[in-house]
Ligand binder design. Structure first.
Ligand code: HEM
Length: 410
């Protein structure tokens, strides 16, 4: 028998404790698996590298019904790759991986640097900005240009706001979530219009660009994706890239909290280890849900078809069985290590990208983080005025109370 959270209903505890919900109970029960009741549903909670390996066995879980609908529709949405299973998933995922694979990124790092530098010059004029809020604009400019879309500066600002509000709405109930949905409707109209414009030849996009590939993609029966679905997949490339604003903020926070790394990042060999350690230790997606499709047994527990499971992504990065001194910020641990296959490293999901629901945008994130780490450590002069940098555990996705304000000097 696995341990059970004694509360009759833990939904509110999930919202209140957020990132700590699974890790704190797992420590208390001395177990990497326990049962709870959340929103009136039985759920099995898992944490740690061994649990993650089980969760990411290909085809074992579906994402359909695995997250509350108001969250799912802001993360990926119905009709998207995340809602697919089996061969349909593999086929759609191949499209995304062909667009987002490391060798396909091409100009994206250069565009990220270009738009970040231009934005940083504006931040210097303002004096003090929330790095979290301010980063959304250059990231939107970079990804839309890379995807083949020509947006005016006003459109970039508008899309940046919408993408930010959608991501901020994911982990909450109430006004933040409703606002995210309101914004989503505007973005969807725009994305549908974009796909139609490309298909009708009104909107010129470079051949082979992400927007062109999505507009032309055909399903396994050879049919063009319907306009709504193609629009959803376009948004699903743009919005999560803009969400890298959160990683940008955490890079700056890590430099602020571990200032010795500012100088060490002058050496290129440390840039990759540094960003991997930021991804391991700073909180982004707290957990991921799955519904069992293929029954299995683990830790003497039967996972039956239809069972709901939550895997602790955040806590798995701090699993003491998988990481030495897990709470310490030690980029050194990444020297010579392969982040793609490192057990227990699941900030973007786990397993083989093509075979599981692991994030196809992981290389986009890593490459953009490296660009931003170099700029923040080597080229920009900035400091951190006094502010409340604490991270309320129930705020998902995580955000310091002050939204991380910096003063840019040049
Ligand atoms: C901002 C940082 C990001 C984080 C923290 C993140 C995290 C994740 C996570 C945890 C998953 C789900 C894994 C699972 O279901 O088990 C996921 C899936 C996904 N991500 Fe990301 N991601 C990020 C950036 C990106 C980027 C830049 C893109 C695209 C350019 C992207 C596109 C997707 C897509 C399409 C899926 C669904 C894949 C599938 O169902 O097969 N993400 N991401």
């Amino acid at each position: 028998m696995i341990p059970r959270d004694p509360s009759l209903e833990s939904g509110l505890a999930v919202l209140r404790e957020g990132y700590d919900f699974i890790p704190s109970r797992s420590r208390r029960f001395g177990s990497d698996i326990f049962a709870a009741r959340v929103m009136g549903r039985e759920v099995t909670c898992l944490t740690g590298a061994e649990a993650a390996a089980q969760f990411y066995v290909p085809r074992r879980f579906t994402r359909q019904g695995a997250l509350p609908a108001p969250t799912f529709s802001l993360i990926q949405d119905f009709g998207s790759v995340m809602a697919l299973d089996g061969e349909d998933h593999r086929h759609r995922k191949a499209l995304l991986l062909s667009i987002l694979a490391p060798e396909a990124l091409g100009r994206l790092p250069g565009l990220t640097e270009h738009h970040w530098r231009r934005a940083a010059a504006r931040w210097a004029e303002k004096g003090e900005v929330s790095l979290f809020d301010a980063s959304h604009e250059p990231l939107t400019a970079a990804i839309t240009e890379w995807a083949g879309l020509a947006l005016t500066p006003e459109e970039v600002r508008q899309r940046a706001r919408e993408f930010r509000d959608m991501v901020e709405g994911t982990g909450s109930i109430g006004p933040r979530n409703w606002w995210g949905h309101w914004q989503r409707r505007r973005t969807e109209r725009w994305a549908r219009g974009t796909i139609e414009g490309i298909r009708e030849g009104r909107l010129g996009v470079p051949l082979g660009s992400a927007a062109a590939s999505i507009a032309a993609h055909r399903d396994r029966e050879g049919r063009l994706l319907d306009v709504v679905t193609a629009g959803v997949e376009l948004i699903n490339i743009l919005r999560p890239t803009v969400a890298n604003a959160r990683w940008a903020m955490f890079i700056a926070m890590a430099l602020h909290e571990h200032p010795e790394w500012q100088a060490r990042l002058a050496e290129e060999e440390w840039v990759d280890p540094f960003v991997q350690e930021v991804r391991r230790l700073y909180p982004f997606i707290p957990f991921m849900g799955g519904i069992v499709r293929q029954p299995f047994r683990w830790r003497d527990h039967d996972f039956r078809e239809g069972d709901w499971v939550l895997l602790d992504l955040f806590g798995t990065g701090r699993d003491p069985a998988a990481w030495e001194a897990p709470e310490e910020f030690r980029p050194e641990r990444w020297r010579g290590a392969d982040w793609v296959t490192r057990p227990g490293f699941v900030p973007h999901g786990g397993g083989e990208h093509a075979m599981t629901h692991r994030c196809p945008g992981e290389w986009v994130t890593v490459e953009q983080m490296k660009v931003i780490a170099r700029l923040l450590a080597r080229d920009m002069r900035w400091d951190v005025p006094p502010q409340d940098l604490s991270l309320p555990p129930g705020r998902m996705p995580a955000l310091p109370r002050s939204r991380f304000r910096i003063r840019v000097r040049s």
